[in-house]
Design a protein around this ligand. Sequence first.
Ligand code: BES
Ligand code: ZN
Ligand code: ZN
Length: 505
Amino acid sequence: MEIKVITGDIAQIEADAIVVNLFEDTTQPGGATAAVDKALGGAISSLINRGETKGKFGEINIIHTFGKPRQVGAEIVAIVGLGKLQDFNTDKIRGVAGEFCRALRKLNCHKIATILHGTGTGGIQPETSAQAITEGALLGLYSFNKYKKPEYEDIEEMLIVARESGKIPILEQATHKGSVVAEATNLARDMINEPANYMTPSRLAEAAEEIANKYNLEFHVFDSADMEAMGMGALLGVAKGSGQPPKLITLSYKGDEHSEKAIGFLGKGITFDSGGISIKPSEGMDEMKGDMAGAAAVMTALVAIARLKPQINVTAIIPATENLPSGTALKPGDILKAMNGKTIEVINTDAEGRLILADALSYAQKLGLSPLLDLATLTGACCVALGTLYSGIFSNNQNLADKVLKAAERIGERMWQMPMPEEYKEQLKSEIADVKNIGHKYGGAITAALFLSEFVDNTPWVHIDIAGTANSEKESGYIVKGATGIGVRTLVELASSEAKNQEAT
Ligand code: BES
Ligand code: ZN
Ligand code: ZN
């Protein structure tokens, strides 16, 4: 979909549909909505008076403007509810954009025009609204069409109608940033939605190589012999049960040639998690094709970063393998030696993400990357603790955790910090090795994070558990069913805000 910023009177725009809005419980339309209401001879006011249009968040009312001559340029006027004024924020704009785009696509609209929602009484800056509308529209219209014909035709063009022409350049910059970030998120969704018979560790490496070629990034892939040489016994241990060769992938973006420093983004790349010998129940096991959501997020975050060009260096590290049972598979009770020399007693082969990340963390520190951020669909316990709206964040450095939380909030990804109490480390003590890979029944997301911390020295590090948020079972706002692409936007926002030229991005 092409997104253009124009100035003009929304009522006069020639398009299949125009979109105006209403806050909950407003009795009289204001701003552009009032102008359209007037052009329609008070049709919107009468819908409000009839109690048909309430302005509840996400509610969409359609007015067909049949009859000639029409007083407005479009045949369809959509009135979207922005919800209660006191609950309003930028993320609500993303949400309504996703909703109205899907609703208008269902009505066969190919060209739509919208006002800058929330910039009047909502108090949102026009450029913030333009970026949010762009993100919400592109994310909300996403569908995975590789194996099935799409249900609806695409909306080809969206016009964002601004009031002042002086704002056009800054609004265009905002829609550009919004499209880059949303397209990267949708690319992550594509990779995650792919079935595991397609998205193998080798294909993940190919995808990274394609990205590197297209966006001029540095790319490396290590195979099992390289891993052997580097002493990555934990990653190799998980890979033993699979017929697919494991890969350790790196992608580097250099935006600051004068600096040796680089941030490290690590992503769990289990292309299928059957649990291994500690096999999972069959119900819902298909969802474990998405156990590489962390890997996809860090890879596509680099795509967005390469396009936005912040003055900063970033390297993504992706340990990738399947976790399958077989005659050669890792067994409960086996002991693995990780790259940092620590021995791990594997009590449960289904706690495999932390094993592959252990070696990836050691490798990231060997490269001197700092700070480190890892994204992983790590524990079912994190879904139990926080549900499907919040990712769990864990850190050894509060300053870094605060930066990540703030970046996430700015961009509308919900995260909640979890504690890492020393006392729980007891649970990871093994009789015969340095650590074991699982703790007790309770607090499993925390013991998983504490396990990872065994492989981080003094480097500031944040671990984000996205097990509950990486996949959605329902469509809502800019979230559609399937992979959400969670994490991409926060990583891009963090890299942009940490960059030297942050004003420019
Ligand atoms: N990939 C899973 C975690 C997961 C669960 C992701 C649900 C997405 C949705 C992970 O490898 C796993 O199996 N974790 C175990 C750990 C347990 C054995 C300590 C879990 O959460 O049950
Ligand atoms: Zn597992
Ligand atoms: Zn897993």
